[in-house]
Write a protein that binds this ligand. Structure first.
Ligand SMILES: C[C@@](CO)(OP(=O)(O)O)[C@H](O)COP(=O)(O)OP(=O)(O)OC[C@H]1O[C@@H](n2ccc(N)nc2=O)[C@H](O)[C@@H]1O
Ligand SMILES: Nc1ncnc2c1ncn2[C@@H]1O[C@H](COP(=O)(O)OP(=O)(O)O)[C@@H](O)[C@H]1O
Length: 284
């Protein structure tokens, strides 16, 4: 049997850090949503116990460091599965970009293996398995739009934001999430974005209020190390995006655009600076 799962990228419309926790993680408040840029997983049964990962992308790990491998391994162990599996990842989401590509692959593997092996895993258990792989995996399992608290694994579903274009631009640097959180001084954050204001903007379907409520406290950390990310933000603003923000720990910058007539100009303008530019829709 062979089945397919789509693994979309996420963006953080707002990201606040409240404090560093005794376990080393940071207590966060984030509002996340999915965009229409996705990896595609093909999942096939294999004889024996083997977990095999393949990909057309030459730059992701194919061993137990791959988050989809970890998803398969954890599900096999927890549910005593004696079959093997081959997961092929058609990688479209830029890696180490702040778009949760690896987390979304893990989430898609959990969803797909739950179907393949007819496990009927309760929602709570899926969330727990996901959180044991990474803080963003539970959100990637449910998708949609959500307020994420705790270390990112506690979710409150929200309505979809109004449909719009999302222009993503990733400069040619890879950013480590652990490195960015490690450099953050949570007690010295000057301005905290408001989760309540973003939630209200989404509930009222106000595109303008969403754009003015965008904020991410990890931006200062990444921008101070990589001035090219700051430059990319300014360029996207000058080209006319309605709202511009770095996603997650970066370095991808996204621009929200309501009018289709502006999209080509912004996209073409950015291509001069950056090879990896995508014009996609918000997944509503
Ligand atoms: C920053 C965010 C925003 O959505 O996304 P990315 O930029 O990675 O896409 C997430 O918080 C990333 O989530 P995820 O990538 O799943 O992180 P994890 O694997 O759980 O953690 C990687 C490392 O980041 C740090 N970490 C992560 C989450 C958190 N709330 N506090 C932390 O301090 C820890 O040092 C941890 O060891
Ligand atoms: N399936 C996967 N896809 C991409 N990266 C993966 C995957 N599994 C493990 N990784 C590793 O995870 C790291 C972070 O990747 P990624 O999830 O793309 O970051 P981010 O959450 O910042 O967008 C990469 O350095 C990569 O080596």
């Amino acid at each position: 049997m062979k089945l397919y799962e789509k693994a979309p990228a996420k963006i953080n419309l707002m990201l606040d850090v409240l404090h560093k926790r005794p376990d080393g993680y940071h207590e966060v408040e984030m509002i996340m949503t999915m965009v229409d840029l996705a990896d595609r997983l093909t999942i096939t049964e294999l004889p024996g116990h083997t977990i095999k990962i393949s990909s057309q992308a030459g730059y992701i790990p194919l061993d137990d460091k791959n988050l989809a491998y970890q998803a398969a391994s954890k599900i096999k162990e927890r549910y005593g599965i004696r079959q093997g599996v081959h997961i092929h990842i058609d990688k479209q989401i830029p890696v180490a970009a702040g778009l949760a590509g690896g987390s979304s692959d893990a989430a898609a593997a959990l969803r797909g293996l739950n179907r393949l092996w007819k496990l009927d895993i309760p929602h709570e258990d899926m969330m727990e398995l996901g959180a044991s792989i990474g803080s963003d995996v539970p959100f990637c399992i449910t998708g949609g739009t959500a307020l994420a608290t705790g270390r990112g694994e506690r979710l409150t579903p929200l309505p979809s934001p109004p449909d719009c274009w999302v222009i993503l631009a990733k400069p040619p640097i890879n950013v480590s999430t652990a490195g960015v959180y490690g450099r953050l001084r949570a007690d010295q954050i000057k301005q905290h974005p408001s989760a309540a204001a973003m939630q209200q903007a989404i509930e009222q379907q106000s595109f303008e209020a969403i754009c003015s409520g965008l904020g991410n406290v990890l931006e200062d950390v990444t921008l101070s190390h990589y001035p090219e990310v700051q430059q990319l933000k300014q360029t996207m603003q000058q080209l006319g995006a309605d709202g511009v923000l770095m996603s997650g720990s970066g370095p991808t910058v996204f621009g929200l655009v309501s009018k289709e007539s502006k999209v080509a100009r912004i996209y073409n303008g950015l291509r001069g600076f950056c090879h990896e530019v995508y014009a996609v829709r918000m997944l509503t």
